[in-house]
Design a protein around this ligand. Sequence first.
Ligand code: ADP
Length: 455
Amino acid sequence: MLLDSRSGSPWKVEFWRLAGFILAGLVLGALFGHLAWMLVLALSAYVAWQLRQLRRFHRWIQVGKRSEPPHAGGVWGDLIYEQYRLYQRSRRRKKKIAKLLNRFHESSAAMPDATVILGSRFDIEWFNGAAISLLELESPRDIGRRVTNLLRHPEFVRYMYSGDYSDAVEFPRGPDERVMLSARIVPYGDKQFLLSVRDVTRLHMLESMRRDFVANVSHELRTPLTVIAGYLEALADEESLEPEIRRSLRSMESQAVRMRRIIEDLLTLSRLETRDTAATAQSPVSVPALIHGIEEEARMLIGERGQSLSLEVDEALWLRGSNTELHSAFSNLVTNAINYTPDGGTISVHWHEDEHGAHFQVRDTGIGVPPQHVHRLTERFYRVDSDRSRNTGGTGLGLAIVKHVLQRHGARLEIESTPGEGSTFTCHFGRDRIVRRGSEGARAERAREVSDGPI
Ligand code: ADP
């Protein structure tokens, strides 16, 4: 029937139907007289027929189109056919979506990572099985509750409200820190969030074992090396020894000194890694005083090499942070500039503030770094040219220390370099770290300033 109703134009069928009713009225009028009444009767029958179709259609719609569609022709047939087609299509689509949703539920339930769907106010809408065991969530108790009321670690709460979800955040599950979690937010749709949480306890343990191992080995090697270097120095000064032997001893001594420097740098790095970021000193640091101190050390290092060192320092610009850590980072950058700039070159240090924050910049006219190496310079022991670095007495750890110190101060390092022309290393600090001191107050505080201990 449904397909029949599609044959021919429905309006044509409707027209012929009406014409049929009128013709019947005319015939009845001709046979029995009262033509006008007969026509009214025929038209009333036509309207009654239309109302019946409308009622059947209405009933069919009311029962949710679950029953077979009523038979009808003409425009009604077409209307019912279109409705039925739309209904079938939406049923198929619904089935498909339900299947997809089922599959999504099944796969997320099978995932070892906790998956939580959050609404615009971080209220929990759905979570998988792993979230029950890993985050100790319970359904339906926790549905609709804010996730930050259940996972309350300050690092996690800060991450959630920061709006920057480019990285994951790590935090302990409970106060005993036995289980470490790594959480990541993926925003999607209209203010919806997918929270994925992994158990990283094992990774964390391995990482801390590695850190402890490096720290312990470095610590254990420090004392014997100091003794060896001391003896070698004394022996190399011994006049009674052959010059050839003394030369060898000098070379051994300089290697021992280098090893000691590597160990000191490794210890510095492991201290930077193990100390809590929040524990970074927050006291005002007179960066101008720090830079002037580094300038003195730098001039001694330059010695006879004829490099020119210029400074442009905002004397009232201070930072909140750790004096010793900042000293270590800035002095590493200045020392590198001297080491990797040929004799007669220029090194300029610039400490200034702009609308983005405070910036410590060291620019040199040295050998530069080929672009393919730039992004790896802050890795431990990464060297562009190991021979050249060894000649300068470098440990390969300087820029790794710089990176760590800056991370602990919420700052970042920018490196620009052109081989053969020079490099610019810039440390960018946020505005929240800036402390402004008048030059009078600055001088008085600088006189009082004490170091916050070794890194
Ligand atoms: P190193 O102790 O070897 O200097 P760093 O970590 O301080 O170790 O630096 C890593 C590498 O980066 C160096 O070996 C060097 O090749 C390169 N480098 C660092 N600073 C500069 C600079 N100012 N100019 C050119 N190369 C540099």
